[in-house]
Design a protein around this ligand. Structure first.
Ligand SMILES: Nc1ncnc2c1ncn2[C@@H]1O[C@H](COP(=O)(O)OP(=O)(O)OP(=O)(O)O)[C@@H](O)[C@H]1O
Ligand SMILES: [Mg+2]
Length: 407
């Protein structure tokens, strides 16, 4: 261990801290480096009990522990507002961020095929789990400020990464859209228009869109990152109690009231687009974005096969699967499907294939809730019935009426 090595992370420590290390008979040190290059901690080890020297394997293990430690600390720091300490002694606290290193904005980052963590291009091995790295469809530092951390999921409209906005020091979810989106000029214009409209929605139950951008002819959306579980994951875990179901429905309905009043229809409302945060909030994600793949204006090209029937058809309304022009009532149908699934744990129309699912949506009545679960509150049963009317003229009229039914 060489405390004076010019390249050593230890140079960032204060004189007292270095002195402490020298006196503490420390044999092995592992710096905890955050993704922006700042030193957020150190792991210091004394001699082994057996006095045997540290092996290469020990060192590898320690660096893996240090990498996950750094990630954990970073996540914690990002969640905790950092108070500015007045009159902080200059040079006293040296575990402070240093200038973010610059990374190429053109080279594809490296992504772990196991844990999906993202590293700068040219990295050898995953520092979190030791897995094999492959090329990612994004750079490590996107738009000079979004530092990629980890792929958190993918859906019908692209891949989602958790990243840090290094300028504002906040976590973001970056949705990277497939390259087809950039190829169609009209679709691109539509995307920008729709994303702008959706980003204007400011409501506690609606996920915030920060900005949209482009990288390597691929469009991306930066959104607020929500720490929690999707409603999908929640439903899969265990049957929800009725009061919780009603609370979730009210949350969804109040988001819909607001968006519908602003003239924005979700079009892809489903449990995977509902985030239940650890702090107890409900956030509807991807508002209005499905419109991007639903060509309505004459002469526009569908972006995907089968007339742009993307995503999960199981939540689509009869008018939506028939390609009719949709209005806000399509979201009310989807709300009915979500409600049915929360009560029973099963999707009312889902079948083995897309075609079979569509057929069920158009022709079949789902099994009555009363036969599926005991003790369903009558108002909830009635509400689901009113939401799942195939003829939209017969459907409950508005999200506001849903709120009234649950009041
Ligand atoms: N803002 C966000 N904050 C935290 N996690 C998110 C956020 N947006 C998406 N995710 C995660 O990424 C996953 C994939 O999202 P994505 O929107 O790509 O797929 P989807 O919702 O299944 O399908 P669709 O493309 O139809 O919306 C989600 O299930 C969720 O776990
Ligand atoms: Mg989504």
């Amino acid at each position: 261990m060489n405390l004076e090595d010019a390249w050593s992370q230890l140079r960032r420590l204060s004189v007292e801290e270095r002195e402490w290390l020298r006196e503490g008979a420390v044999r092995l040190l592992a710096p905890l480096i955050a993704s922006d290059g700042s030193l957020v901690g150190m792991i210091a080890l004394g001699a082994k009990k057996s006095e045997a020297p540290f092996t290469k394997e020990d060192r590898l293990l320690l660096s893996a522990i240090a990498a996950s430690g750094a990630l954990t600390i970073e996540n914690r720091l990002m969640r905790t507002p950092q108070p500015q300490v007045e009159g902080e002694r200059a040079g006293a606290s040296t575990l402070a961020p240093v200038a973010a290193p610059s990374f190429s904005d053109t080279a594809a980052a490296a992504e772990c095929s196991g844990c999906r963590s993202v590293f700068p291009a040219g990295s050898g091995q995953c520092q979190v789990c030791g897995g094999k790295l492959t090329s990612a469809p994004v750079p490590y530092l996107l738009a000079q400020k979004f530092q990629m951390q980890k792929r958190v999921g993918s859906g019908g409209m692209g891949i989602v990464y958790r990243a840090t906005d290094t300028k504002l020091n906040r976590p973001v979810a970056l949705k990277i859209l497939p390259p087809e989106f950039a190829l169609h000029h009209k679709a691109r214009a539509r995307f920008i228009r729709e994303a702008r409209a959706a980003s204007a929605l400011d409501h506690p139950q609606i996920g915030t869109i920060y900005e949209i951008g482009e990288w390597n002819q691929q469009l991306f959306i930066a959104m607020a990152y929500y720490e929690g579980q999707t409603l999908n994951e929640r439903i899969e875990k265990a049957l929800l109690p009725f009061p919780e179901i009603e609370k979730i429905l009210s949350g969804l309905a109040s988001g819909l009231v607001f968006a519908h009043a602003a003239g924005i229809i979700h079009r892809d409302l489903k449990p995977a687009n509902v985030m239940l945060t650890y702090s107890g909030q409900l956030k509807i994600l991807d508002f209005g974005l499905a419109k991007l793949v639903w060509p309505e204006e004459e002469g526009e090209t569908a972006l995907t096969e089968a007339g742009a029937l993307v995503g999960t058809v199981a939540y689509m309304s009869p008018e939506q699967v028939k390609h009719l022009e949709v209005d806000s009532r399509t979201d009310l149908w989807s709300l009915g499907v979500i409600a049915y699934e929360m009560v029973t744990g099963t999707s009312p129309f889902h079948a083995g294939t897309k075609v079979a699912t569509i057929a069920r949506i158009l022709t079949e009545q789902p099994r009555p809730l009363g036969q599926m679960r005991e003790g369903v509150p009558p108002r909830l049963r009635l509400l689901v019935e009113q939401l799942l009317q195939k003829d939209r003229a017969a459907r409950i009229r508005s999200a506001g009426d849903v709120l009234k039914a649950l009041a």
